[in-house]
Ligand binder design. Structure first.
Ligand code: NAD
Ligand code: KPL
Length: 303
């Protein structure tokens, strides 16, 4: 079974390169024929790990091709996932499996409703990768990927292919809990690093604010039926801040580089879910407003 991978960015490129190196059939799905021509001119996808660069001439095609897709890894940003799903709708075979590798929440449901013929598998990953340039991916930090469906279902047999390819992954019956927990961590850390213009460790000077946000996030998780994701949230946030003290958060890096953030699927989703439940979370709502204003002042999308 061919692994179709959209897009050829950081995580998509990392998975595609690893699967192909393990002998799995992989085809990259590129935005249009021009992008495909650029890919061919680059000679393939470059994966850089531990300072070693390897060019992998993976097969690729434009998303506008017509061959049916049976297994898709959708590895776009959350705000691009629905557009990509619409573009691929006609190509997805009945019963196709679609792995949704988006951070945050909200995009998975959008895609699942656009692709009723597919089995959508949600993923939450702690891998670290970035793009050094077009079709050039750097694996910056080993992590783990959790996969599962809503409602829970048995693991697919290809899970073993991931292990053979060196992709550390586990199947979970509680993928929503995993996604909510990561969303809560991101909401407690990332926006403040943008507003205080600091590394994650800089938040140690704002302990009270972090604690107050964690208390509201716990209230939200409980209201959303995510009690397991709420356990010891503040302690884990403090652990992550200490363990990643020298790092800039992903949202900080996006803003610094003038890139769109995934705010709509992180803090925006949290505030939306609170509003749906008429749950007053003043700190979180004020944080969302401050962050949106900050993004707007820099000419960046506020959603
Ligand atoms: P990325 O921007 O590096 O890659 C996304 C790719 O998708 C880009 O190459 C883009 O051109 C492509 N794309 C988007 N729409 C497309 C379309 N319609 N047709 C073809 N290609 C399309 O993003 P990323 O860092 O790989 O992140 C993907 C998701 O994984 C995000 O939600 C992110 O938060 C999450 N994540 C990333 C990391 C990481 O270390 N990079 C870690 C954990 C989670
Ligand atoms: O995932 C992160 C990010 O930067 O996006 C951490 C390190 C957990 C900070 O929220």
């Amino acid at each position: 079974m061919t692994w179709h991978v959209l897009g050829a960015g950081s995580l998509g490129g990392l998975w595609a390169a690893r699967l192909a190196r393990a002998g799995q059939p992989v085809r990259l799905l590129l935005r249009n024929p021009q992008r495909l021509a650029q890919y061919h001119a680059a000679g393939g996808l470059t994966l850089e790990e531990n300072g070693v660069r390897q060019i992998l001439p993976l097969s690729a095609e434009a998303i506008t091709d017509s061959a049916p897709i049976h297994r898709l890894l959708l590895a776009s940003k959350a705000y691009d996932a629905a557009t990509a799903a619409r573009a691929l709708h006609a190509r997805l075979a009945p019963g196709a499996e679609v792995i949704l590798l988006q951070n945050g929440l909200g995009s998975q449901d959008q895609v699942a409703s656009l692709l009723p013929q597919a089995r959508c598998i949600f993923a939450s990953s702690t891998e670290g990768a970035f793009r050094r340039g077009d079709f050039h991916v750097v694996h910056a930090g080993a992590g783990h990927t959790w996969l599962g469906t809503v409602p829970p279902s048995p693991a697919p047999e290809w899970l073993g292919e991931l292990a053979q390819a060196g992709i550390a992954a586990s199947w979970t019956a509680d993928i929503l809990g995993r996604l909510w927990r990561k969303l809560a961590l991101n909401c407690a850390i990332n926006p403040l690093t943008v507003l205080y213009h600091c590394r994650n460790g800089g938040l140690q000077a704002h302990g009270e604010e972090v604690a107050a946000l964690c208390a509201e996030l716990v209230a939200l998780l409980l209201a959303c039926g995510q009690a397991d994701a709420a356990v010891d949230l503040q302690a884990e946030v403090e652990r992550v801040i200490a363990a990643t003290a020298a790092n800039y958060s992903s949202m900080y890096q996006d803003v610094a580089a003038g890139r769109r953030t995934e705010i709509g699927y992180l803090l925006g989703h949290a505030c939306h879910e609170a509003a749906q439940r008429q749950l007053a979370l003043p700190r979180l709502q004020a944080l969302e407003q401050r962050l949106r204003a900050h993004l707007g002042a820099r000419g960046l999308p506020q959603d």
